[in-house]
Design a protein around this ligand. Structure first.
Ligand SMILES: Nc1ncnc2c1ncn2[C@@H]1O[C@H](COP(=O)(O)OP(=O)(O)OP(=O)(O)O)[C@@H](O)[C@H]1O
Ligand SMILES: [Mg+2]
Length: 140
């Protein structure tokens, strides 16, 4: 889930699959790692703003995941987990799915960067190519 309408469509499909196969469903998002230079950290600390940038990211992520959660709740999926990780999106998704032996990854064909005429975004392309489990790419 990346906050795009495509990803939310993918959650609908994932919810339907989870219900039909009585599967566990994990709503997964990868946020950006917040890279602050020591100077910026020191400035934030002096201005007592430390923690605020992280808070902004968390709030945004929280809203994204709450929307996704609404979709799985409406679909009546009983076992839903929400996981947030920071890092490179494709690599983090693939590694998490492998580590937890997921049967299937469901994602949108495009995401937030839906601008040019590409059929797949870079994250869905990488995950579909490199994951060692089934990948469902939801279109439309
Ligand atoms: N940070 C992320 N965390 C979790 N899932 C993501 C993330 N980014 C993308 N995805 C998943 O991958 C799907 C395709 O998004 P992707 O980023 O590949 O397309 P894009 O944003 O249109 O292209 P690009 O990012 O290459 O500009 C999304 O619908 C979502 O399911
Ligand atoms: Mg993207």
């Amino acid at each position: 889930v990346d906050g795009s309408r495509h990803a939310l469509r993918a959650v609908e499909t994932a919810a339907e699959l989870a219900r039909r196969f009585e599967a566990d469903l994990t709503l997964f998002t990868v946020t950006k790692e917040l890279k602050l230079t020591p100077e910026v950290k020191r400035y934030l600390h002096l201005e007592q703003l430390a923690g605020e940038p992280q808070y902004v990211i968390d709030e945004h992520t929280e809203q994204i995941m709450a929307k996704a959660r609404d979709v799985t709740d409406a679909a009546g999926v009983p076992r839903v987990r929400v996981e947030v990780r920071a890092g490179n999106p494709a690599r983090t998704i693939i590694e998490y799915a492998q580590a937890h032996r997921f049967d299937c990854i469901v994602m949108g064909s495009r995401g937030l960067g839906d601008a040019d005429g590409m059929l797949l975004g870079s994250v869905s392309h990488k995950v579909a190519s490199l994951a060692n489990c089934t990948v469902v790419t939801v279109k439309g």
